[in-house]
Ligand binder design. Structure first.
Ligand SMILES: Cc1cc2nc3c(=O)[nH]c(=O)nc-3n(C[C@H](O)[C@H](O)[C@H](O)COP(=O)(O)OP(=O)(O)OC[C@H]3O[C@@H](n4cnc5c(N)ncnc54)[C@H](O)[C@@H]3O)c2cc1C
Length: 171
């Protein structure tokens, strides 16, 4: 698996490391090494990587900001995929915002506040990415990120894009 994986990653111009300590990528600073640690900076690369791991039955794990994850001391056998698309700037002043999974949640909270948009204020102080927040339905006692969600676009484990409406997601 290793040689094929390395060939795929190097020929696809992926930024990757072998035997990367996961302690460097989690807030609590623990965790052994991942066989492969891949930073994916475009959607196209993410889709091809997911198609590759699915076809070759390789274990993988998607990492956001690492603020809610504890990796074992034994590390991870397979590929840890770190979403590393640059954080998005909100460009319009509409009441509905659209933001990518890799964007920092604190950035979204700050930018929506600057535009006078409500809905994200309860999420102030929660670290991590938008993707991680949606995955865990981050929030506080009275409010969760899903409360103001309309829909999400996902890329499934086979690399196919789908739109899921809020009402069809079991948070
Ligand atoms: C100091 C501190 C305070 C916190 N306060 C709160 C709080 O008040 N409320 C709260 O809810 N949480 C809180 N958390 C927990 C944490 O910040 C949230 O759960 C956060 O939403 C995790 O996001 P992340 O990007 O860091 O996810 P990660 O820790 O990287 O990943 C968490 C899970 O989400 C999955 N995941 C991440 N990104 C994606 C993606 N794009 N697609 C699919 N799956 C993905 C991962 O596979 C993993 O299973 C706190 C954490 C810390 C360290």
């Amino acid at each position: 698996m290793s040689a094929d994986t390395e060939n795929f990653l190097s020929s696809g111009n992926y930024k990757y490391k072998i035997n990367e300590p996961l302690s460097k990528h989690t807030t609590l600073g623990i965790g052994g090494a991942a066989d492969f640690f891949v930073e994916v900076d475009t959607e196209e690369k993410l889709i091809s990587l997911l198609k590759f791991v699915s076809k070759n039955k390789i274990s993988f794990f998607v990492l956001g900001g690492g603020s809610n994850i504890l990796f074992a001391d034994d590390g991870f056998r397979g590929i840890v995929i770190k979403l590393a698309m640059s954080s998005e700037q909100l460009t319009n002043d509409a009441e509905i915002i659209s933001v990518s999974a890799a964007t920092s949640l604190p950035d979204v909270v700050r930018q929506t506040a600057e535009r006078g948009l409500s809905g994200f204020e309860h999420l102030a102080g929660i670290p991590g990415t938008v993707g991680g927040a949606i995955f865990g339905n981050a929030g506080v006692k009275e409010y969760s990120i899903s409360d103001n969600l309309i829909n999400i676009e996902i890329i499934d484990f086979n690399g196919n894009k789908k739109i899921l409406k809020r009402k069809n997601i079991n948070f």
